[in-house]
Design a protein around this ligand. Structure first.
Ligand code: SF4
Ligand code: SF4
Length: 246
């Protein structure tokens, strides 16, 4: 992944940022109660959105300083502990609100049927991960985490509900923006649409290294070795600080 080149592309191409804003502006506005129930996962994020978030963090370097520890901890332990998204601030607001990715913008808008469809997709992914960790590493993930279902939001009052078709149209537009980075070899096809926190990890280490760290962290968590776990979290936190220097 070539982050320097990606940030240069997004800074120099007004067209990309305008088209990204146009997608976000199509999401109808609404009244969120701020209960944070939906801020408990690492949402799927297109690369263009991730680079947009990195640009935001470069303009607000204290945000990464304050949240790098939680990003590291979330990545390492999200399959064994329920946690808030690492960008939830002490005052319960989103630290990257202006740059938050599409899934954060549409959560309260989805119909119950589309929400259920989404959950089934997430559940299938979690079951596959659980089977992998058990077979390859002997780690048994808690059923409560594998089957975790964020309650359908009935509190968000929106001008209009959106459908999966609306969402698919926006996803297509974001994919077309990602193609600019693909063509410039900033990312490969295998990178498209990762979870937000995985993008951060892939920015500072190889995916194999990140996977090994995660297994190690879950083993320390399982055996109760808190000191070793803390050292691991801090080691990745330090790597993340370097993103402010790109
Ligand atoms: S969108 Fe719904 S679940 Fe999420 S914070 Fe707002 S009210 Fe709560
Ligand atoms: S990025 Fe912000 S809005 Fe999205 S889940 Fe995290 S805290 Fe919530």
């Amino acid at each position: 992944m070539n982050l320097q080149k990606s940030i240069a592309i997004i800074s120099e191409s007004q067209d990309i940022t305008e088209r990204l804003d146009q997608v976000y502006e199509q999401v109808p506005s609404g009244d969120c109660k701020g209960c944070l129930r939906c801020c408990t996962e690492s949402v799927n994020t297109f690369f263009v959105e991730y680079v947009h978030i990195l640009s935001f963090l470069q303009s607000n370097p204290q945000v990464l300083q304050e949240h790098a520890y939680k990003i590291s901890r979330f990545f390492l332990l999200e399959m064994v502990e329920e946690m808030y998204c690492p960008f939830v601030r002490e005052d319960r607001l989103c630290a990257i609100y202006d740059a938050r990715p599409l899934p954060c913008r549409v959560f309260g808008h989805l119909t119950e049927k589309d929400y259920q469809h989404n959950y089934e997709r997430v559940l299938a992914g979690n079951e596959a991960l659980a089977a992998y960790y058990k077979e390859e590493h002997g780690l048994v993930l808690p059923r409560a985490i594998i089957e975790r279902k964020i309650p359908y939001c009935r509190d968000f009052v929106s001008e209009q509900k959106i459908t999966i078709d609306d969402r698919d149209d926006w996803v297509d537009l974001l994919f077309s923006l990602d193609s600019k980075f693909l063509m410039n070899e900033c990312i490969g096809f295998e990178d498209v649409n990762q979870s937000l926190i995985t993008w951060f990890m892939k920015s500072v280490m190889s995916i194999e290294e990140a996977g090994n760290y995660r297994v190690q962290a879950m083993q320390y968590h399982q055996s109760g070795d808190h000191d070793a776990l803390e050292k691991l979290i801090n080691a990745i936190e330090k790597k993340l600080f370097k993103l402010n220097e790109i």
